[in-house]
Design a protein around this ligand. Structure first.
Ligand code: C2E
Ligand code: CA
Ligand code: CA
Ligand code: CA
Length: 271
Protein backbone atom coordinates (compact mmCIF):
# COMPACT_ATOMS: atom_id res chain seq x y z
CA UNK A 1 0.00 0.00 0.00
CA UNK A 2 2.87 2.28 0.91
CA UNK A 3 4.51 1.65 -2.42
CA UNK A 4 1.28 2.22 -4.21
CA UNK A 5 1.04 5.60 -2.51
CA UNK A 6 4.57 6.51 -3.55
CA UNK A 7 3.82 5.45 -7.09
CA UNK A 8 0.70 7.52 -7.11
CA UNK A 9 2.72 10.53 -5.95
CA UNK A 10 5.33 9.82 -8.60
CA UNK A 11 2.60 9.48 -11.18
CA UNK A 12 1.09 12.73 -10.05
CA UNK A 13 4.46 14.51 -10.22
CA UNK A 14 5.10 13.16 -13.70
CA UNK A 15 1.65 14.30 -14.74
CA UNK A 16 2.31 17.77 -13.36
CA UNK A 17 5.68 17.95 -15.09
CA UNK A 18 4.03 16.79 -18.27
CA UNK A 19 1.38 19.44 -17.99
CA UNK A 20 3.90 22.16 -17.20
CA UNK A 21 6.25 21.25 -20.03
CA UNK A 22 3.31 20.95 -22.41
CA UNK A 23 2.12 24.42 -21.39
CA UNK A 24 5.63 25.80 -21.60
CA UNK A 25 5.96 24.38 -25.09
CA UNK A 26 2.57 25.72 -26.11
CA UNK A 27 3.37 29.17 -24.75
CA UNK A 28 6.55 29.26 -26.78
CA UNK A 29 4.63 28.06 -29.82
CA UNK A 30 1.98 30.73 -29.31
CA UNK A 31 4.56 33.51 -29.21
CA UNK A 32 5.95 32.21 -32.48
CA UNK A 33 2.42 31.95 -33.89
CA UNK A 34 1.82 35.64 -33.16
CA UNK A 35 5.04 36.62 -34.91
CA UNK A 36 4.26 34.41 -37.92
CA UNK A 37 0.64 35.52 -38.27
CA UNK A 38 -0.68 32.01 -37.75
CA UNK A 39 -3.82 33.26 -36.01
CA UNK A 40 -6.86 33.88 -38.18
CA UNK A 41 -10.37 35.15 -37.65
CA UNK A 42 -13.38 33.18 -38.83
CA UNK A 43 -16.84 34.76 -39.01
CA UNK A 44 -20.15 33.08 -38.22
CA UNK A 45 -23.44 34.71 -39.30
CA UNK A 46 -26.14 35.79 -36.88
CA UNK A 47 -29.61 36.04 -38.40
CA UNK A 48 -32.90 37.63 -37.56
CA UNK A 49 -35.43 34.82 -36.97
CA UNK A 50 -38.27 36.85 -38.49
CA UNK A 51 -36.84 37.11 -42.01
CA UNK A 52 -33.58 35.10 -41.85
CA UNK A 53 -31.60 38.19 -42.78
CA UNK A 54 -27.97 38.24 -41.66
CA UNK A 55 -27.69 41.02 -39.10
CA UNK A 56 -24.14 40.42 -38.02
CA UNK A 57 -21.24 38.08 -37.46
CA UNK A 58 -19.36 36.69 -34.50
CA UNK A 59 -15.58 36.81 -34.84
CA UNK A 60 -14.05 33.49 -33.73
CA UNK A 61 -10.32 33.02 -33.48
CA UNK A 62 -8.44 30.13 -35.14
CA UNK A 63 -4.86 28.93 -35.02
CA UNK A 64 -3.40 27.50 -38.22
CA UNK A 65 -0.51 25.53 -36.78
CA UNK A 66 2.11 24.67 -39.47
CA UNK A 67 2.30 21.01 -38.38
CA UNK A 68 -0.75 20.37 -36.25
CA UNK A 69 -3.25 22.06 -38.56
CA UNK A 70 -6.26 23.96 -37.26
CA UNK A 71 -6.27 24.24 -33.46
CA UNK A 72 -9.53 24.99 -31.64
CA UNK A 73 -9.74 28.16 -29.56
CA UNK A 74 -10.83 26.06 -26.58
CA UNK A 75 -7.36 24.51 -26.61
CA UNK A 76 -5.31 27.70 -26.60
CA UNK A 77 -7.44 30.61 -25.28
CA UNK A 78 -6.99 29.46 -21.65
CA UNK A 79 -3.22 29.63 -22.07
CA UNK A 80 -3.42 32.99 -23.85
CA UNK A 81 -5.38 34.18 -20.82
CA UNK A 82 -3.00 32.69 -18.30
CA UNK A 83 0.09 34.21 -19.93
CA UNK A 84 -1.51 37.57 -20.64
CA UNK A 85 -0.91 37.05 -24.36
CA UNK A 86 -4.67 37.44 -24.80
CA UNK A 87 -4.20 41.21 -24.49
CA UNK A 88 -2.03 41.71 -27.62
CA UNK A 89 -4.11 39.08 -29.43
CA UNK A 90 -7.33 40.94 -28.72
CA UNK A 91 -5.67 44.20 -29.76
CA UNK A 92 -4.92 42.59 -33.12
CA UNK A 93 -8.42 41.06 -33.21
CA UNK A 94 -10.29 44.33 -32.61
CA UNK A 95 -8.19 46.21 -35.12
CA UNK A 96 -8.64 43.49 -37.78
CA UNK A 97 -12.38 43.25 -37.13
CA UNK A 98 -12.84 47.03 -37.43
CA UNK A 99 -10.98 46.97 -40.76
CA UNK A 100 -13.21 44.10 -41.91
CA UNK A 101 -16.36 46.02 -40.94
CA UNK A 102 -15.11 49.00 -42.95
CA UNK A 103 -14.34 46.78 -45.99
CA UNK A 104 -17.81 45.20 -45.86
CA UNK A 105 -19.37 48.65 -45.67
CA UNK A 106 -17.44 49.69 -48.75
CA UNK A 107 -19.07 46.68 -50.48
CA UNK A 108 -22.50 47.86 -49.32
CA UNK A 109 -22.82 45.31 -46.52
CA UNK A 110 -23.93 46.82 -43.21
CA UNK A 111 -22.54 44.06 -41.07
CA UNK A 112 -22.13 44.22 -37.31
CA UNK A 113 -19.35 42.10 -35.81
CA UNK A 114 -18.92 41.01 -32.23
CA UNK A 115 -15.73 39.89 -30.52
CA UNK A 116 -15.29 37.75 -27.41
CA UNK A 117 -13.67 39.30 -24.35
CA UNK A 118 -11.69 37.67 -21.55
CA UNK A 119 -11.55 38.59 -17.88
CA UNK A 120 -8.02 39.94 -18.43
CA UNK A 121 -9.46 42.84 -20.40
CA UNK A 122 -11.17 44.26 -17.38
CA UNK A 123 -7.92 44.54 -15.41
CA UNK A 124 -6.71 47.52 -17.34
CA UNK A 125 -7.91 50.36 -19.48
CA UNK A 126 -6.10 48.86 -22.44
CA UNK A 127 -9.39 47.64 -23.90
CA UNK A 128 -10.78 51.19 -23.97
CA UNK A 129 -7.64 52.55 -25.59
CA UNK A 130 -7.38 49.70 -28.11
CA UNK A 131 -11.01 50.05 -29.12
CA UNK A 132 -10.82 53.82 -29.39
CA UNK A 133 -7.75 53.58 -31.62
CA UNK A 134 -9.35 50.96 -33.89
CA UNK A 135 -12.54 53.03 -34.23
CA UNK A 136 -10.61 56.24 -34.95
CA UNK A 137 -8.31 54.55 -37.42
CA UNK A 138 -11.12 52.94 -39.43
CA UNK A 139 -13.78 55.59 -38.91
CA UNK A 140 -16.53 52.97 -38.53
CA UNK A 141 -19.74 53.65 -36.63
CA UNK A 142 -19.34 52.07 -33.14
CA UNK A 143 -22.87 50.62 -33.45
CA UNK A 144 -21.39 48.01 -35.77
CA UNK A 145 -18.97 46.72 -33.16
CA UNK A 146 -20.10 44.28 -30.47
CA UNK A 147 -18.45 42.76 -27.42
CA UNK A 148 -19.43 39.39 -25.95
CA UNK A 149 -18.85 38.78 -22.27
CA UNK A 150 -19.76 35.83 -20.06
CA UNK A 151 -20.88 35.87 -16.47
CA UNK A 152 -17.65 34.20 -15.39
CA UNK A 153 -15.63 36.84 -17.28
CA UNK A 154 -17.12 39.70 -15.29
CA UNK A 155 -17.56 37.86 -11.99
CA UNK A 156 -13.99 38.45 -10.78
CA UNK A 157 -14.40 42.21 -10.86
CA UNK A 158 -17.98 43.22 -11.46
CA UNK A 159 -17.54 46.92 -10.68
CA UNK A 160 -14.41 47.20 -12.87
CA UNK A 161 -16.11 45.38 -15.72
CA UNK A 162 -19.25 47.43 -15.34
CA UNK A 163 -17.32 50.72 -15.64
CA UNK A 164 -15.51 49.61 -18.78
CA UNK A 165 -18.69 48.25 -20.39
CA UNK A 166 -20.53 51.44 -19.47
CA UNK A 167 -17.93 53.47 -21.32
CA UNK A 168 -18.00 51.23 -24.42
CA UNK A 169 -21.80 51.13 -24.45
CA UNK A 170 -21.79 54.92 -24.17
CA UNK A 171 -20.00 55.08 -27.53
CA UNK A 172 -22.72 52.89 -29.05
CA UNK A 173 -20.92 49.54 -28.89
CA UNK A 174 -23.31 46.61 -28.42
CA UNK A 175 -22.72 44.32 -25.45
CA UNK A 176 -23.94 40.70 -25.37
CA UNK A 177 -24.08 38.37 -22.41
CA UNK A 178 -22.68 35.13 -23.84
CA UNK A 179 -23.43 31.53 -22.80
CA UNK A 180 -26.40 32.61 -20.72
CA UNK A 181 -27.64 29.87 -18.40
CA UNK A 182 -24.38 27.95 -18.41
CA UNK A 183 -22.47 27.69 -15.14
CA UNK A 184 -23.07 30.58 -12.80
CA UNK A 185 -26.11 32.59 -13.60
CA UNK A 186 -26.69 35.54 -11.46
CA UNK A 187 -29.62 37.55 -12.68
CA UNK A 188 -28.13 40.59 -10.93
CA UNK A 189 -25.62 41.04 -13.79
CA UNK A 190 -28.49 41.69 -16.14
CA UNK A 191 -29.31 44.81 -14.17
CA UNK A 192 -25.80 45.86 -13.19
CA UNK A 193 -24.16 45.67 -16.61
CA UNK A 194 -24.91 47.57 -19.81
CA UNK A 195 -26.19 44.55 -21.76
CA UNK A 196 -28.15 44.81 -25.02
CA UNK A 197 -28.48 41.15 -25.95
CA UNK A 198 -28.63 37.84 -24.10
CA UNK A 199 -27.21 34.81 -25.91
CA UNK A 200 -28.86 31.57 -24.78
CA UNK A 201 -26.19 28.91 -24.46
CA UNK A 202 -26.11 26.10 -27.01
CA UNK A 203 -26.63 23.57 -24.21
CA UNK A 204 -30.28 24.66 -23.90
CA UNK A 205 -30.89 24.53 -27.65
CA UNK A 206 -29.30 21.34 -28.96
CA UNK A 207 -31.93 18.91 -27.65
CA UNK A 208 -34.95 20.97 -28.62
CA UNK A 209 -37.61 19.73 -29.43
CA UNK A 210 -37.03 16.39 -27.61
CA UNK A 211 -36.34 18.16 -24.34
CA UNK A 212 -39.51 20.08 -23.61
CA UNK A 213 -38.03 21.54 -20.41
CA UNK A 214 -35.48 23.38 -22.52
CA UNK A 215 -38.28 24.83 -24.65
CA UNK A 216 -39.83 26.12 -21.42
CA UNK A 217 -36.48 27.54 -20.31
CA UNK A 218 -35.89 29.26 -23.65
CA UNK A 219 -39.39 30.70 -23.44
CA UNK A 220 -38.74 32.01 -19.95
CA UNK A 221 -35.40 33.58 -20.89
CA UNK A 222 -36.96 35.32 -23.92
CA UNK A 223 -39.85 36.72 -21.86
CA UNK A 224 -37.56 37.88 -19.07
CA UNK A 225 -35.10 39.49 -21.49
CA UNK A 226 -37.86 41.33 -23.34
CA UNK A 227 -39.36 42.54 -20.09
CA UNK A 228 -35.95 43.99 -19.22
CA UNK A 229 -35.77 45.67 -22.63
CA UNK A 230 -33.09 43.35 -23.99
CA UNK A 231 -32.92 41.24 -27.15
CA UNK A 232 -32.24 37.50 -27.30
CA UNK A 233 -30.07 35.36 -29.56
CA UNK A 234 -30.14 31.55 -29.51
CA UNK A 235 -26.77 29.83 -30.03
CA UNK A 236 -26.13 26.52 -31.73
CA UNK A 237 -29.29 26.33 -33.85
CA UNK A 238 -28.80 23.34 -36.12
CA UNK A 239 -32.28 22.37 -37.38
CA UNK A 240 -35.22 24.04 -39.10
CA UNK A 241 -37.50 22.86 -36.35
CA UNK A 242 -35.38 24.57 -33.68
CA UNK A 243 -35.46 27.80 -35.70
CA UNK A 244 -39.26 27.53 -36.09
CA UNK A 245 -39.85 26.90 -32.38
CA UNK A 246 -37.54 29.74 -31.30
CA UNK A 247 -39.27 32.08 -33.72
CA UNK A 248 -42.62 31.10 -32.18
CA UNK A 249 -41.17 31.89 -28.75
CA UNK A 250 -40.36 35.39 -30.09
CA UNK A 251 -36.62 34.87 -29.88
CA UNK A 252 -35.08 37.70 -31.93
CA UNK A 253 -31.91 36.22 -33.40
CA UNK A 254 -30.12 32.93 -33.95
CA UNK A 255 -26.69 31.62 -34.76
CA UNK A 256 -25.67 28.09 -35.64
CA UNK A 257 -24.72 25.58 -38.31
CA UNK A 258 -28.23 25.85 -39.84
CA UNK A 259 -27.37 29.38 -40.99
CA UNK A 260 -23.65 28.94 -41.49
CA UNK A 261 -20.46 27.63 -39.96
CA UNK A 262 -17.62 29.95 -39.01
CA UNK A 263 -15.68 30.78 -42.21
CA UNK A 264 -12.75 32.93 -43.25
CA UNK A 265 -14.03 36.25 -44.69
CA UNK A 266 -13.31 35.34 -48.33
CA UNK A 267 -15.47 32.18 -48.05
CA UNK A 268 -18.56 33.86 -46.60
CA UNK A 269 -21.70 34.25 -48.65
CA UNK A 270 -24.27 36.85 -47.78
CA UNK A 271 -27.23 35.48 -49.77
P1 C2E B 1 -18.58 30.81 -27.94
O1 C2E B 1 -18.33 32.27 -27.76
O2 C2E B 1 -19.73 30.20 -27.21
O3 C2E B 1 -18.66 30.58 -29.51
C1 C2E B 1 -19.55 29.70 -30.13
C2 C2E B 1 -18.91 28.37 -30.43
O4 C2E B 1 -19.94 27.44 -30.84
C3 C2E B 1 -17.93 28.44 -31.59
O5 C2E B 1 -16.92 27.47 -31.36
C4 C2E B 1 -18.78 28.01 -32.77
O6 C2E B 1 -18.04 27.49 -33.84
C5 C2E B 1 -19.65 26.95 -32.13
N1 C2E B 1 -20.91 26.77 -32.85
C6 C2E B 1 -21.60 27.71 -33.53
N2 C2E B 1 -22.73 27.20 -34.05
C7 C2E B 1 -22.78 25.90 -33.67
C8 C2E B 1 -23.74 24.85 -33.92
O7 C2E B 1 -24.78 25.02 -34.57
N3 C2E B 1 -23.46 23.64 -33.37
C9 C2E B 1 -22.33 23.40 -32.65
N4 C2E B 1 -22.12 22.17 -32.20
N5 C2E B 1 -21.40 24.38 -32.42
C10 C2E B 1 -21.63 25.62 -32.91
P2 C2E B 1 -15.40 27.89 -31.51
O8 C2E B 1 -15.23 28.75 -32.71
O9 C2E B 1 -14.63 26.61 -31.41
O10 C2E B 1 -15.13 28.77 -30.23
C11 C2E B 1 -15.18 28.20 -28.96
C12 C2E B 1 -15.03 29.24 -27.88
O11 C2E B 1 -13.74 29.85 -27.90
C13 C2E B 1 -16.01 30.41 -28.02
O12 C2E B 1 -17.26 30.00 -27.54
C14 C2E B 1 -15.32 31.47 -27.20
O13 C2E B 1 -15.66 31.31 -25.85
C15 C2E B 1 -13.85 31.17 -27.39
N6 C2E B 1 -13.27 32.14 -28.34
C16 C2E B 1 -13.25 32.10 -29.69
N7 C2E B 1 -12.64 33.19 -30.19
C17 C2E B 1 -12.26 33.95 -29.12
C18 C2E B 1 -11.56 35.20 -28.96
O14 C2E B 1 -11.18 35.88 -29.92
N8 C2E B 1 -11.35 35.64 -27.68
C19 C2E B 1 -11.79 34.95 -26.59
N9 C2E B 1 -11.56 35.45 -25.40
N10 C2E B 1 -12.45 33.78 -26.71
C20 C2E B 1 -12.68 33.27 -27.95
CA1 CA C 1 -19.23 34.19 -28.04
CA1 CA D 1 -21.48 31.54 -26.78
CA1 CA E 1 -21.80 28.55 -25.67
Amino acid sequence: AQNGGANRVKGFMAEQEDRISREFFLEHELKRALENNELAIFYQPQVSLKDRRIIGMEALIRWHHPEKGLISPQDFIPLLEKTGLIVPVTRWLISTVCNQIRDWHKQGLSMAVSVNLSAEHFDSLDLIKTTKEALDETGIDPHYLGMEITESTVMQDVSGASKILEELAGWGIKVSLDDFGKGYSSLSYLQRLAIDTIKIDRYFIYDIPENSQNITLANTIVTMAHNLGKEVLAEGVETEEQARILRELNCDYAQGFLFGRPQPPDKLSFG
